[in-house]
Design a protein around this ligand. Structure first.
Ligand SMILES: NC(=O)c1ccc[n+]([C@@H]2O[C@H](COP(=O)([O-])OP(=O)(O)OC[C@H]3O[C@@H](n4cnc5c(N)ncnc54)[C@H](O)[C@@H]3O)[C@@H](O)[C@H]2O)c1
Length: 384
């Protein structure tokens, strides 16, 4: 059978429509009605077993305007906590707030027995991630983190290749990427201020590159990090839409890290919102039996950048195998929302569990701490 038909067969078996039971509807609230809340809304409205009953935003009138824009009815509140306090029957919330407001409403919701779909990055610091994990564990509720590229077939292929043993034992990974010019302004000004974004390119796009490779290799624990971060573009009015944005810029626009992972694996990572370069390189996963090259990819947009290549020996000859791109047409955001709802409804495990993403957060946090201290640091994560 030709390669393409094997892949097509896979596509159809894995994307078979599941019948959704509408007898039990889930009551959902949206906390934070900014830019990404639109994507949540769009996907929730496609689900026949969901009622969006409440909306919250700190900015007066914003939640109401959002609700009206989507031609919905419901109750509006001025904060996530207020929504949770006043909606005792709610099943779940999407936390769509900026990074510095990820931990607080998530912990509050979990402590009140509400399931949470939390946007990425998990939060800003490792300490916050630990507190989120504790609240989740005590609540027994579902907490899933919003990494929609997880549901992409090409991303799944990376994991399948690693798990198949084709690459042997993995020992070195290079990942990351970025944009020549791509600081998210003016639509995303909450991304660039320290008190809202908290972290910059690291939390916006870096966490995706890390998730792509760490998920593929089973999320080994990070042990040490040597980190670097800078803000030479964001703070320079020459590269910003106006002087005020450059003055408001309080996060990283470039970061790099060298991370030791459990199992004798090292990870070499770099991410840029802006640089004088087309790309800082491909993602490569090197193993004792083969290596995988994933062409430089904007993986935060959901998929890999092009056909991947496996380098391996075949009957003693150095050879290369091309892994063609899979085009499924699936809406990754719909899959992210549906998988979360199914976990809530049927008591399934979280589709993107915090037990993994806490390691992603530990690396982001480790890069920031190491950069500030100017030397390698050890990562310590208590058993939760
Ligand atoms: N998954 C994706 O593809 C994707 C894409 C873009 C952004 N994001 C993530 O989504 C998050 C939000 O990004 P955005 O672009 O929508 O930001 P935004 O600034 O447009 O919206 C955030 C909103 O949250 C509100 N808010 C903050 N704290 C609140 C609280 N405690 N209670 C109620 N409302 C609160 C703010 O007032 C604001 O309106 C970020 O963490 C970002 O990383 C994910």
């Amino acid at each position: 059978m030709a390669n393409s038909s094997i892949l097509d067969e896979f596509k159809t078996t894995h994307l078979a429509e599941e019948k959704i039971d509408t007898n039990r509807k889930l009551k959902v609230g949206i906390i934070g009605t900014g830019w990404i809340a639109d994507a949540h809304m769009q996907s929730y409205l496609k689900q026949p077993d969901v009622e969006i009953v409440a909306y919250a935003d700190l900015i007066p009138g914003k939640a109401e305007a959002f609700m009206k824009k989507w031609k919905q009815e419901g109750r509006v509140y001025m904060s996530g906590d207020e929504l949770i306090d006043n909606e005792p029957d709610i099943d779940a919330v999407s936390v769509c707030t900026y990074n510095c407001q990820h931990a607080e409403p998530t912990i509050y919701a979990l402590k009140h027995g509400v399931n949470v779909l939390l946007e990425k990055p998990m939060c800003v610091t490792l300490d916050e991630a630990i507190e989120i994990r504790k609240a989740e564990k005590e609540s027994g509720k579902v907490l899933s983190i919003g990494f929609q590229p997880r549901f992409d077939e090409n991303m799944k292929m990376i994991k399948r290749i690693v798990e198949s043993g084709t690459l042997g034992k993995i020992y070195y990974i290079q990942t990351g990427g970025g944009r020549r010019r791509g600081i998210p302004t003016p639509f995303g000004t909450s991304f660039i201020a320290k008190d809202t974004g908290g972290i910059g390119a690291l939390g916006d796009i870096g966490c995706y590159s890390l998730d792509m490779v760490l998920n593929a290799i089973g999320y080994p624990k990070p042990l040490t990090v040597t980190g670097y971060k800078s803000a030479y573009f964001g703070t320079n009015p020459k590269y910003m839409p106006c002087k005020e944005y450059a003055e408001a810029f309080g996060v990283d626009d470039f970061a790099a890290g060298f991370v030791r992972l459990e199992g004798d694996i090292v990870l070499d990572f770099r991410i840029a919102w802006a640089m004088h370069l087309d790309t800082p390189g491909d993602t490569i996963i090197m193993g004792t039996e083969g290596s995988l090259r994933i062409p430089s990819t904007d993986c935060w947009n959901g998929s890999v950048g092009g056909a991947m290549t496996i380098y391996h020996d075949l009957c003693g000859t150095q050879t290369q195998t091309t892994v063609p791109i899979l085009h499924t047409g699936a809406d990754l955001f719909d899959l992210k929302i549906r998988s979360f709802l199914d976990a809530v409804k049927f008591g399934k495990p979280a589709p993107v569990p915090s037990s993994q993403i806490i390691y992603n957060q530990a690396i982001l946090d480790g890069i920031c701490r190491s950069a500030e201290l100017g030397h390698e640091i050890e990562i310590e994560i208590p058993e939760i």
